[in-house]
Design a protein around this ligand. Structure first.
Ligand SMILES: [Zn+2]
Length: 192
């Protein structure tokens, strides 16, 4: 395990994004997920930058139950396609010379079949009322001059107007940073 992985795991644990089991995953959603509010975690180590974003699905596609109709499915797919293009979601200082180290990872809970999906109408209704799901995105970059990254500018607010706030956290060689990002202040500063 690389040091970067350890840093990232620490970061994830501390912001409770990492879920050990599906059960825990569900439970946590009930506790922690507030519509309109997402999370952005970033870590820099050596020439690597990793960014992770988690946003309630409600603020991306307007619902959190499993996508059932073709219209719902295509809405989710469209959103996934946007998230797969990091240039639409974030902007990095061009002078840092960053390029994707691997394909963007985009996970949307509401595209996955859930085991506990019930057969009866009554239960189904109840499940939908309680259900939460999220979009989870991971980008990892290699950067030629990583010291030139002074900030991460977040464009996700323009793509998805339902995102009101992103709680941003970063660990870099320059220190730890936290900031509440909004459409009106979408520049996550990574310098004192
Ligand atoms: Zn929700």
């Amino acid at each position: 395990m690389t040091q970067l992985n350890i840093i990232i795991i620490f970061l994830l644990l501390s912001s409770s994004i990492l879920c050990a089991t599906e059960k825990e995953h569900k439970k946590r959603h009930h506790e922690a997920h507030i519509h309109g509010h997402g999370k952005l975690n970033a870590a820099i180590e050596r020439n690597k930058l990793m960014i992770e974003i988690e946003v309630p699905a409600y603020n991306i596609v307007g619902f959190e139950h499993q996508a059932k109709t073709d219209k719902q499915k295509s809405k989710v797919k469209q959103a996934v396609d946007i998230f797969r293009k990091p240039q639409l979601i974030i902007k990095l200082d061009a002078s840092a010379g960053c390029s994707l180290a691997k394909k963007a990872e985009v996970k949307a809970d509401l595209l996955e079949k859930k085991k506990e999906e019930s057969s009866g109408n009554h239960n189904q209704h109840r499940d939908e009322a309680e259900e939460h799901s999220e979009f989870h995105v991971e980008y990892s970059f290699h950067c030629k001059k990583i010291d030139n990254i002074k900030a991460i500018h977040v464009r996700a607010f323009q793509q998805f107007s339902g995102i009101e706030e992103l709680e941003a956290r970063a660990i870099t060689p320059k220190g730890q940073f936290t900031q509440e990002l909004k459409q009106s202040s979408a520049n996550f500063r990574l310098e004192q």
